[in-house]
Write a new protein. Structure first.
Length: 105
């Protein structure tokens, strides 16, 4: 999952708050990119959200506190919003068998 997709969910669930933009340093690092902005830092220039160390650190703390998880709660189940509802919430093997008829040689 990308941080761009994760941040809105974290904000909606009040797990994080955006941070005020930092001052632009007098001496810019080689990683500074004036053409990029960070939503976590309220649009501050210098980096994008995918390279925001502050957000990565907050996400790591949420994971360590068991407030955020990327594990599949039921790896035997498949939920795909692009698949018709009749195939949702079924074990993967069963859903595949229903969509692909068995061919005997």
């Amino acid at each position: 999952m990308r941080y761009t997709d994760l941040l809105p969910a974290l904000l909606k669930n009040k797990l994080v708050q955006t941070r005020a933009p930092a001052r632009v340093p007098e001496r810019l690092s080689t990683r500074y990119r004036a053409d990029l902005t960070c939503d976590f830092h309220q649009g501050a220039p210098g980096h994008d959200i995918e390279h925001c160390f502050a957000l990565k650190k907050v996400v790591q703390k949420l994971i360590e506190a068991n407030l955020l998880s990327f594990k599949d709660p039921d790896p035997g189940m498949q939920i795909n919003h692009l698949v018709p509802e009749q195939y949702q919430q079924q074990p993967r093997q069963q859903a595949v068998q229903q969509r692909i008829p068995h061919i005997q040689a």
